[in-house]
Design a protein around this ligand. Structure first.
Ligand code: ASP
Ligand code: MG
Length: 500
């Protein structure tokens, strides 16, 4: 069997759901289990409604609820026709009535708790999955709606609950197994689950991918398909570089690294339950039924290209911290790291010399209080509007000359590099440039490392010349540990940075 997950934009309208039913129909021989998100923007709207109600403005919250109800009702009518839409409307209405009661309750008590939030947000996926299941039936697919809260068991960490796999496996097999045996197509909402005692939980924003991976792992799927609105993961952002192309195969670690450094297609950490069981995950485009997309696996075969992809993460600040005279060196570093720890600073790249240290952080996450604390022990300067360029590829491990070709290409683009970091995980090279240089540097790097197919011969000759001219790379002179921050699977092991 396979799991097919469709995100919010893939079910955003009657037309979109129509496409989904064709795609699922094309896989019907493979026993698909379908996981859907809420219709696009619905989760955000539910969050807003909850906040409005909890602030005491019940009228406005209920007006938004009416708009939400109408959108679902109209979509159902367009997909199912008046008569059949009328047949499912009691189910939709029952959920809308529950929501209304809940919003009134929120307005009365003026508080939205994490537990309440999970209950509130669960309606997005409940409504979309009911409509999608019925749309499938009308189009000749033998679909069966499944309540995810009866399959996925989590702990009680509301708003970002963690799955309990053995209970989930048992319940999912019991619920979904018999449907598959009868050649039915189970359709369930992603993102939502329930704790052991049956209280609704959610897996965190964007959690439908996580649901797909959990269900796939629980049912030992042959593969998992994540259908979105782009053609898989790309070699770089196509808005920056028109030559960007789809990555055919990528390892889990590489995909995690890309997500950490700015790729937005999906959060690979959510695929871990599948990756642990060696189930391949495909990222596909729901606007193209023939999409082959990107395959993510625990280990990916080597590619012709040195790197898998290049990302750019804008909105970065460089903070330079120089020890004030008279402070012991070891004491200095400890105080800086302690300050970071106190402010829970998530640092990207660190470069250290004996009496100074530079680090980068997302500007919007850089607390003023941290800068103030650092000013007590050092001279601090801060430069905004910087960007981290990151080149990711498992093959760079142990190959001489790669850093040299990267930095030569950057030099050819006449772009100045502010900081360099080559990961101890050895699957990325990243460096900091001014934000305004991003398009230029990405285009040069992409042209060089991902040459258009017709130009492969010419360009590999060029590569050799550059390598021969630069046998040492500039990343090693001042080595330091990179701060860990636990935000992605691949980030904890990184190290070695050098200031330039
Ligand atoms: N609907 C949820 C969200 O918007 C889950 C998802 O779409 O993956 O976060
Ligand atoms: Mg998503």
């Amino acid at each position: 069997m396979i799991v097919m997950k469709f995100g919010g934009t893939s079910v955003e309208s009657a037309e979109a759901i129509e496409r989904v039913s064709k795609i699922v129909g094309s896989r019907s021989k493979e026993s698909p289990v379908v996981v859907v998100s809420a219709m696009a923007k619905v989760t955000d709207q539910l969050v807003a409604m909850g906040n409005t109600a909890a602030s005491g403005d019940c009228g406005e919250a209920l007006a938004s609820l009416t708009a939400l109800r109408d959108r679902h009702r109209d979509t159902a009518k367009a997909l199912l026709g008046e008569k059949r839409a009328a047949a499912i409307s009691p189910r939709l209405n029952a959920h809308i009535a529950e929501l209304e009661n809940f919003l009134r309750g929120l307005a009365a008590v003026r508080e939205l708790t994490p537990r309440g939030s999970d209950y509130l947000l669960s309606f997005g996926e409940l409504l979309s999955s009911i409509i999608v299941a019925d749309a499938f039936i009308v189009r000749g697919l033998n679909a069966a709606w499944v309540d995810s809260r009866e399959c996925l068991v989590t702990d009680a960490t509301h708003t970002r609950a963690l799955p309990q796999m053995s209970a989930t496996r048992e319940k999912s097999k019991k619920k979904i197994g018999p449907l598959l045996a009868k050649k039915r197509v189970p359709v369930m909402g992603g993102f939502i689950a329930a704790s052991v005692d049956g209280v609704p939980t959610t897996l965190g924003r964007g959690g439908s991918d996580y649901s797909a991976a959990i269900v796939g792992a629980a049912l030992d799927a042959d593969r998992i398909e994540i259908w979105t609105d782009v053609e898989g993961m790309m070699t770089t952002d196509p808005r920056l570089c028109p030559g960007a192309r789809t990555i055919k195969q990528i390892s889990f670690n590489e995909a995690a690294e890309l997500a950490y450094f700015g790729a937005k297609v999906l959060h690979p950490a959510t695929l871990l339950p599948a990756i642990h069981q060696d189930i391949p995950v495909y990222v596909l485009n729901s606007r193209n039924i023939k999409s082959t997309g990107t395959e993510i696996t625990a280990q990916a075969p080597r590619s012709r290209d040195v790197f898998r992809a290049i990302t750019a993460k804008k909105g970065i600040s460089i903070v330079n911290v120089v020890a004030s005279r008279g402070i012991m060196v070891h004491g200095f570093l400890r105080s800086v790291f302690e300050a970071m720890d106190r402010h829970e600073a998530s640092v990207d790249i660190v470069a250290i010399s004996e009496v100074s240290m530079s680090f980068t952080m997302e500007t919007k996450r850089l607390p003023d209080a941290l800068l103030k604390d650092l000013e007590e022990i050092a001279d601090v300067t801060c430069e905004n509007e910087q960007a981290i360029i990151c080149l990711v590829g498992e093959d760079i491990h142990g190959k001489p000359g790669i850093a040299a070709s990267v930095f030569n290409t950057v030099a050819n683009a006449a772009v100045n590099i502010r900081m360099i970091s080559q990961g101890a995980s050895e699957i990325n090279i990243s460096f900091v440039v001014q934000e305004s240089d991003v398009p230029r540097v990405v285009r040069h790097l992409h042209d060089y490392f991902f040459p258009a197919k017709a130009r492969v011969g010419a360009s590999s000759a060029k590569r050799k010349t550059v390598r021969a001219g630069n046998s040492t790379n500039g990343s090693a002179s001042k080595r330091s540990q990179r701060g860990t921050n636990g935000r992605s699977a691949g980030s904890a092991k990184r190290a070695a940075a050098a200031a330039v």
